[in-house]
Design a protein around this ligand. Structure first.
Ligand SMILES: Nc1ncnc2c1ncn2[C@@H]1O[C@H](COP(=O)(O)OP(=O)(O)OP(=O)(O)O)[C@@H](O)[C@H]1O
Length: 271
């Protein structure tokens, strides 16, 4: 990726060697008097798949929104690659990152939400090719070739010319996943992507995500209530409570031998 601002540096594309890709350092996020994140520290290594679990309101979605620069922290820094996402150094001081910098960072991070948010007036393939053409500057042919490959990957290679309204919710969500991947992001953020689906459509979407997790190098941060899925894809599970990580570890450890009482309570409620 190329930097397009004199104040932003290029974010390296580290090999999947376990080097640190994301770091939250003493991040505080408040909404009025509600301190949602309280000096939160955590890091994610490149290529790893991390699932965030915790009670409703513990700040999981806020973490993804901070990474996507949809909201800014009140204190602390968030780093992606070698670059500060929320702050950058100018004349030896950390200052809020500029809009150009934020645009560069967003190119590197794909996010899939609970709602699919496809463009209803565009066919499926066009939904996927729009951003690569307009943001990355790919030719329409290149973008369409990549778009078709991604639609094959999510099992919808034969639906390029359908409109979103002609697809089921599960199919629309699979298009949304393909659309996020079309930007070739380093990081994929998944925010309860099956929560709005009818139960019979959930498995198809989770199978696609399992496939992506097991066959690509992409770094994934996932908020989900699907604990079997979390167990299957995660290298690491982070348990949040009151704006902090209270426990982290492999899925085996967290799901079978949680150490913290709050983790045990949470898991007994959701498993
Ligand atoms: N835009 C906002 N304005 C005010 N408060 C907000 C806003 N967004 C989130 N909050 C509050 O921040 C807290 C954390 O919300 P967040 O959505 O991050 O939690 P969560 O762990 O993802 O919850 P859930 O599992 O229910 O989705 C909640 O108390 C929520 O009400």
């Amino acid at each position: 990726m190329s930097a397009d601002s004199s104040t932003s540096q290029e974010i390296p594309n580290p090999a999947v060697d376990g080097s640190e890709l994301i770091r939250f350092d003493k991040v505080v996020k408040r909404y009025g008097s509600n301190t949602v994140l309280d000096e939160l520290d955590f890091s994610v290594a490149s290529g790893k798949h991390v699932t965030l679990i915790g009670p409703s309101g513990s700040g999981k979605t806020t973490i993804l929104r901070l990474l996507m620069t949809l909201v800014r922290p009140d204190e602390g820094t968030i780093k992606v690659g070698a670059d500060y996402l929320t702050h950058e150094e100018r004349n030896g001081k950390l200052v809020p990152a500029g809009e150009k910098h934020v645009r560069e960072v967003r190119k590197n991070i794909g996010m899939v939400f609970q709602q699919f948010n496809l463009f209803p007036n565009m066919k499926v393939l066009r939904n996927i090719t729009e951003a690569p053409v307009s943001v990355l500057g790919l030719s329409r042919d290149e973008a369409e070739q990549r778009g078709r490959e991604l639609l094959d990957l999510v099992g919808l290679g034969d639906r390029c010319d359908a409109y979103p309204s002609q697809l089921s919710g599960g199919q629309q969500q699979r298009v949304a996943i393909a659309r996020a991947l079309a930007m070739r992001p380093q990081v994929l953020l998944l925010d309860e992507v099956t929560s709005a689906l009818d139960p019979e459509l959930v498995a198809g979407v989770l199978d696609v995500l399992r496939d992506i997790a097991h066959t690509t190098d992409i770094t994934m941060l996932c908020v989900t209530h699907e604990m079997n899925f979390a167990r299957d894809i995660s290298d690491q599970v982070l348990m949040f409570d009151s704006g902090r990580v209270i426990e982290s570890g492999s899925p085996e450890k967290i799901f079978t031998e949680p150490e913290h009482e709050r983790t045990r309570e949470f898991l007994s409620a959701v498993l």
